[in-house]
Every structure is written in structure tokens, then in C-alpha cells.
Design a protein around this ligand. Structure first.
Ligand code: HDE
Length: 703
């Protein structure tokens, strides 16, 4: 079957020439005139406002095929949402190789330096339903489809390098436990409930992943500021059949950044689409996010001497032991034309790999290879989902698959099998075709796991000791928050019993935060905990933050009479850094500045709490500040920025407003910066590069 993707982009109907849209629909004439509305059959419509009736006040007649077609189609608009990762957001871009791996793989996408291949990436939360909010405490999906010249390669990863479970057979249990409870249908998009923690505490293999999801990794500031991981160990394979193990990483050029929990809770109310909007705004304003593809390469001898099993998806390989080699760049530079057609219908399958890349025996990966194809068939309604443009390869493809629902690419002519005597159609090619790595496989058929899989705590401990002090406190607070939502005390104690194997202080502080009467006995580890694993800096977010305030958002509170020169200086400093400024005012219509000029505002204060910004500046006039003193949202603006350890710039006239937000003279710290009359505001923007003033948290977290 021939690749027929490049369908004619123009079509002439009733003397009008139409431009085909991305899905073949014809919404605009080539000359930009308004086209005539038609039915799905292409019949011109004369009236789209009134159904066909027997008299103006009479019954609607069944004969109205336009009405029936329109409503029938509407009734079928929804498809089943993904059972996990239902809420997602995607963008197009490209992947470019910068360092060849041809020594390790025959894959063209990893061999030809400078080659660019189209990419589509879908970010997602895991547990929430499609209409849930963006800042759930949750893992983020980071699914990448690369349309290579040798077929589509899907690297369906997460923003966390390990997983909850080791064997695919536990996945339905794990997902049932985390999603809304079956009798009551809540809570959605959160793990803070009995079922999740019951399952987790009865499954010690989850401990390492729990440390990650209780860390700030689970509340990212933006999709742009997360890492991606392939999680499993894969193989790279040369044309000669030599295999090298590989772990895949995506490292954001923008640096890592998260929000704090109290902020996440409020963002979900203020802007449930916070992450979507952020990606949309960044890409549509030309601020393209970029990640480097990193690989950790190792062979059998490393795998044999490593303390953990490389087939166990609850373990990672510290970057100090096997450094990450950066070999390419992924740039997202185009939003979709249509959310449903692309982001919703994109079908990632872990089985989609290209010659030169192969699976390993990771039992989680093996289960996934079944699940994704199966789930797409259910979700998209049949085996021809690969014909949907977002899923179709962009390289030539030829095969004899035919028929089924919505078949778009049936073979032409008589030949639909091979071998055949008619001389037509494609044949296999041993030279370019996919050849699996010829791994020797031997052993009894048994339901068992590898021996080293039983170490559940050593790397959890390593993760914890690799964190900075504020990050450790956030982890502790997250455990306390989540477990405080569990109704059954026994579940709370059971989790603490596991934490005792991770870190004594952490366990004690969580127990204290929960008000446990007594510390439980530590859960007996199935293998001795290796407590000598050293701290690893790449595991911390704060040790891998940005070096600039570029791409971050500054909320500037302005009123009538705001000092125009100061605002100009602030804008100049922000522009020079690449920081985005949004003006927040008593009215969205804007304010009249001290120089008499009226400027529009980006937001009205009631709709723009400070949780939407990375740092804030209070730039009211004296009268403006007086007006805001009695406005509750202005008070919250200040109080929240303080509570969330943000940098706050202010002018003298805002002092009373600071006080109203609970920041008295004695509360001023290194993160609260007077702007003075200085014409150059770069000192403030430079201070904001640290993103947060963390020492303040000692004052703002007391229970
Ligand atoms: Fe998935 N996972 N998963 N998963 N997963 C799905 O596929 C599954 C796992 C991941 O943006 C589903 O199309 C099983 C690990 C992402 O469209 C489903 C197991 C990792 C996405 C499925 C896992 C992931 C999915 C739901 C254990 C990180 C979103 C709808 C054996 C490496 C892709 C769909 C997108 C989606 C099954 C475990 C990442 C049901 C059975 C580990 C990013 O097929």
C-alpha cells in the first residue's frame, strides 16, 4: 500500500477552490472567502438556524437530514478517555542529533548528526480524569513520538526515572488504587486517600517512587521545566548485532523548577489549565522549550556488577556511576491546529521502535508492549488508528493490512498478499528490515522476580539524602499531608514503618506531623538496606535550577499613578533577561501612569493571585495602595507571595500594603527587596534567578 499522506492540498467544489486543513477538511477557500456551509456529504446548506418544521409552530419533521446529521455527529464527539494519563497537552517540534551513536546503533535517527526528524510530544498527569486540573500532585507523562525515516519511534516516558511497581501484572491494581474510589467516585486527580496508601504501604516496591512523588517533582512549575526519562533499560543494537544497554533522559535547557504545595492547591482554583496555558503562551510567543537527549550507555559487565538489577524499573543508575552523554536536542516550536485531532488522537505505543533500538526483559516494559496497542484499538475504535495523520509515519510505508473500521489506505489493484505471482506489492528486506537482538533465553517457566528486585529501600534512601534541606522538608510535609487525608490510622503507621528503612529523621518527623502515639516497628526489609550509597546531585531539583530568570513570569501590581519611569526600568531589565511581565491592576482596562499615559493591564487583581507568578513587584502609587488596602485579593496577593517564599520587589508607597499582607518591618528578609528610585532594575531581576528565598520557609511552616 502506498503512502498517500500528501493528498492534494486544494480541492474545487461548486466553482470554489478550497484549502484543505490538516485533517483534509476544507474550511477556507484558497482566496480567503467564506465558503458555503455543507453537510458531511458536501451538500450546500441553505439555513443553519432553524430546523425543518411543519409550520412555524409545528413539529419538527424527521426528514430534516441536516438536523439529524448535525445532532448525530455531536452525539458521537466523545471517545473513551485514556484510562491513565487522560489529561494531557501536546506540541509539535523536531529532534536533531548532535553527537552520533553509530558505534552503538544502526538507528538512523541516532547516527546522522544534523539530521532533523519531526517530533510530537504529549505531557500529561496520570491519575486525573480528562477534565481535572493541571497541578495535581502526580507523575507527569513525557511521551515523545519521533517520525524517523525508518518508522515511528515512541519513547513513552515520565518525568520521574523510576516507577511504582516492578511487574506489569500489578498495574491494574496500582491504577485502581490511585484513581477515584469505586463506591464514591472521588477523590479524583489525587493520591491523598486510603486506597492509594493502603496499596502502597502493602507493596514495599513502591517506596522509591513514593519518595519521588512526594517530592516537588510531582508539582512542576511548567512542562517546560521538567526532565523526561525512558525509565526502562533499552538496548541499542548495531548492524552486526552488538548490543549496548541504554537509559534515555530528556534534560530541559530551561532548568528544573517546581512550585510549593500550598501554591499548587491555589493554582488549581485560579487557573486549572496553568500548565497548558504556559506551554501555549511560550510556544506561540516564540519562546520554544528545548530538551537535550541524554543516554547512559553500559554493557553486560556493568550490569552484572551493579548493586541492582537493570531490569527493575524501580531502580535508576546514578549519573555519577554512568554519566549522561548528551547527543541531541528536542525543540517544541508549534502548537497543534486541533486539540482533538492531534493531542487526543495521538496513539503512543511502547512497541513502536526502529531498527537499532530494542527492548530488554524488564517485566514492566514487556507488559506495556501489549497494553498500548490494545488500548489504542479500544480508544480509537479499530486497528486503523495508524491512518490518522498524527499517528501515520512520515516515511514511506507499504504493507498488506486492509479493511476494518475507517480504512483509509487499502491496497490498490489485485495484489493484497505476498508472495504473489503478479509482481506487485512490497516484500521483506533482510538488509534494512528490523532484526531483534538475538538474546539467548533459557530458564524454567516460573512466576518469580530476579533476586535483586527485593531491595526496596536503598535507592529511596539515596534519593532522600540527595535533596537540599528545603526539598527534604517538602517531602516530609507531603507525606504528612497525604497521610492526614487517610481515614485509617493503621495505613498511616504502615507507611511510617517503611520510611524507617529510608531515613530515621524523615520517619520520625512524619510520625510527629501525623501525631502518631508511638513509632511503629520498621518494616522488615526483604534484603539488607545498603546505607552507603552516596548523595547524587542530579536527583535534586534545586541543585539543577536555571541560571537565569528567562521564561519566568513576573506579576507587577500597578494602579493609577504608578511611577512610569520605574515601570519602564523594570520592563527593560525584564526584557534583557527574557522574563515575561504581566501587569495586574484594579481593572483590566488599565491604569493611568504618573506621566499621564494610560496602559492596559493583563489581569484584574481578583483573577490574578500571586500564585500565577514566579515573583511579584508591588508598584502602586500612594493613593492606589490606599485603595487596595481594603481589597482582600490584594492582601492575599502579598501574603501568598510571602508564604510561597517568592521574591517581592516593592516601592515605599507599598509598605502599608505589605503590612496588610502580614509582612511587618521585622519580617523583611533577603527576598523582600526595596526598589528605591533606581533607574536600573537589573539587581531585582538578578536576585529572582534564585527563584525562591527558601530560608523564609523556616518562619512560614510551623506545624
Ligand atoms: Fe503507561 N499507559 N503503562 N506508563 N503511559 C498508558 O496508554 C501501562 C508506564 C505512560 O500521552 C495507556 O494510550 C501499563 C510506565 C505515558 O498518550 C495504557 C503499564 C511509564 C502515557 C498504559 C504502564 C508509563 C501512558 C493509557 C505497566 C513511564 C501517556 C492510554 C506495565 C515509563 C501517553 C494510552 C500519551 C499511557 C499502560 C506503566 C508512561 C493503558 C500496562 C512505567 C506517558 O496503555
Amino acid at each position: 500500500m502506498a503512502n498517500d499522506l500528501e493528498a492534494a492540498d486544494r480541492v474545487t467544489i461548486n466553482d470554489q477552490t478550497f484549502q484543505r486543513g490538516p485533517q483534509g477538511a476544507t474550511h477556507q477557500t484558497a482566496r480567503g472567502e467564506t465558503p458555503t456551509l455543507t453537510t458531511q456529504q458536501g451538500v450546500p446548506v441553505s439555513d443553519d438556524q432553524n430546523s425543518l418544521k411543519a409550520g412555524p409552530r409545528g413539529p419538527v419533521v424527521l426528514e430534516d437530514f441536516h438536523l439529524r446529521e448535525k445532532i448525530f455527529h455531536f452525539d458521537h464527539e466523545r471517545i473513551p478517555e485514556r484510562v491513565v494519563h487522560a489529561r494531557g497537552y501536546g506540541a509539535h517540534g523536531f529532534f536533531e542529533l548532535t553527537d552520533s551513536l553509530s558505534e552503538y546503533t544502526r538507528a538512523s535517527v541516532l547516527s546522522k548528526v544534523g539530521q532533523r526528524v519531526p517530533a510530537f510530544v504529549r505531557f500529561s498527569t496520570v491519575a486525573g480524569n480528562k477534565g481535572s486540573f493541571d497541578l495535581a500532585r502526580d507523575v507527569r507523562g513525557f511521551a515523545v513520538k519521533l517520525y524517523t525515516e525508518e518508522g515511528n519511534w515512541d519513547l513513552v516516558g515520565n518525568n520521574i526515572p523510576v516507577f511504582f511497581i516492578q511487574d506489569a501484572i500489578k498495574f491494574p491494581d496500582m491504577v485502581h488504587a490511585v484513581k477515584q474510589e469505586p463506591d464514591r467516585g472521588f477523590p479524583q486527580a489525587q493520591s491523598a486517600h486510603d486506597n492509594f496508601w493502603d496499596f502502597a504501604s502493602l507493596s514495599p516496591e513502591t517506596t522509591h517512587m513514593l519518595m519521588w512523588v512526594m517530592s516537588d517533582r510531582a508539582i512542576p512549575r511548567s512542562f517546560r521545566f521538567i526532565e523526561g526519562f525512558g525509565v526502562h533499560t533499552f538496548r541499542l543494537v548495531t548492524a552486526e548485532g552488538k548490543s549496548t544497554y541504554v537509559k534515555f533522559h530528556w534534560k530541559p535547557k530551561q532548568g528544573l523548577q517546581s512550585v510549593v504545595w500550598n501554591e499548587a492547591v491555589k493554582i488549581n482554583g485560579a487557573d486549572p489549565d496553568f500548565h497548558r496555558r504556559d506551554l501555549w503562551d511560550a510556544i506561540t510567543s516564540g519562546n520554544y522549550p528545548e530538551w537535550e537527549l541524554g543516554v547512559q550507555l553500559f554493557d553486560d559487565s556493568f550490569a552484572d556488577k551493579f548493586d541492582f538489577d537493570i531490569l527493575d524499573a524501580t531502580k535508576l543508575i546514578p549519573e555519577e556511576i554512568v554519566p549522561v552523554r548528551r547527543v541531541g536536542r528536542l525543540v517544541l516550536d508549534r502548537m497543534v491546529d486541533n486539540f482533538f485531532a492531534e493531542t487526543e488522537q495521538v496513539a503512543f505505543c511502547t512497541q513502536n521502535i526502529v531498527p537499532g533500538i530494542d527492548f530488554t526483559n524488564d517485566p514492566l516494559l514487556q507488559g506495556r508492549n501489549f497494553s498500548y496497542l490494545d488500548t489504542q484499538t479500544k480508544r480509537l475504535g479499530g486497528p486503523n488508528f495508524t491512518h490518522i495523520p498524527i499517528n501515520a509515519p512520515k516515511c514511506p510505508f507499504h504493507n498488506f493490512q486492509q479493511d476494518g473500521h475507517m480504512a483509509m489506505h487499502n491496497p490498490k489493484g489485485r495484489v493484497n498478499y505476498e508472495p504473489n505471482s503478479w509482481g506487485g506489492g512490497p516484500r521483506e528486506n533482510p538488509k534494512t528490515g528490523y532484526v531483534p537482538f538475538a538474546e539467548e533465553v533459557r530458564g524454567p517457566k516460573t512466576r518469580e522476580r530476579g533476586e535483586l528486585f527485593a531491595d526496596h529501600y536503598s535507592q529511596a534512601r539515596q534519593f532522600y539524602i540527595s535533596q537540599t534541606k528545603p526539598e527534604q522538608m517538602h517531602i516530609k510535609n507531603a507525606f504528612v499531608f497525604e497521610l492526614s487525608k487517610c481515614e485509617h490510622p493503621v495505613i498511616r503507621s504502615r507507611v511510617v514503618a517503611h520510611l524507617l528503612n529510608v531515613d530515621q529523621d524523615l520517619a520520625q518527623n512524619v510520625a510527629k506531623g501525623l501525631g502518631l502515639d508511638a513509632l511503629p516497628e520498621a518494616a522488615p526489609p526483604a534484603r539488607p538496606v545498603v546505607s552507603t550509597l552516596p548523595a547524587s546531585d542530579p536527583l535534586s531539583i534545586l541543585k539543577n535550577g536555571p541560571t537565569s530568570f528567562a521564561g519566568r513570569k513576573l506579576g507587577v501590581l500597578v494602579t493609577d499613578g504608578t511611577d512610569a519611569a520605574l515601570l519602564d526600568a523594570l520592563k527593560a531589565a525584564a526584557d534583557a533577561e527574557g522574563t515575561i511581565i504581566e501587569l495586574v491592576a484594579p481593572s483590566v482596562g488599565g491604569v493611568v501612569l504618573s506621566d499621564g499615559n494610560k496602559i492596559p493591564a493583563g489581569q484584574k487583581i481578583v483573577g490574578a493571585p500571586s500564585v500565577l507568578y514566579d515573583a511579584v513587584v508591588l508598584l502602586p502609587s500612594k493613593d492606589g495602595a490606599d485603595l487596595l488596602l481594603n481589597e482582600a485579593t490584594a492582601r492575599d496577593f502579598v501574603a501568598d507571595a510571602f508564604a510561597h517564599a517568592k521574591f517581592i520587589g516593592y516601592v515605599d508607597d507599598a509598605t502599608a500594603l505589605l503590612e496588610r499582607g502580614g509582612i511587618g518591618a521585622g519580617d523583611h528578609d533577603g527576598g523582600i527587596l526595596p526598589l528605591g528610585k533606581a533607574a536600573d532594575m537589573s539587581h531585582f531581576i538578578t536576585a529572582c534567578r534564585a527563584l525562591r528565598f527558601w530560608p523564609r520557609e523556616d518562619k512560614t511552616h510551623t506545624v
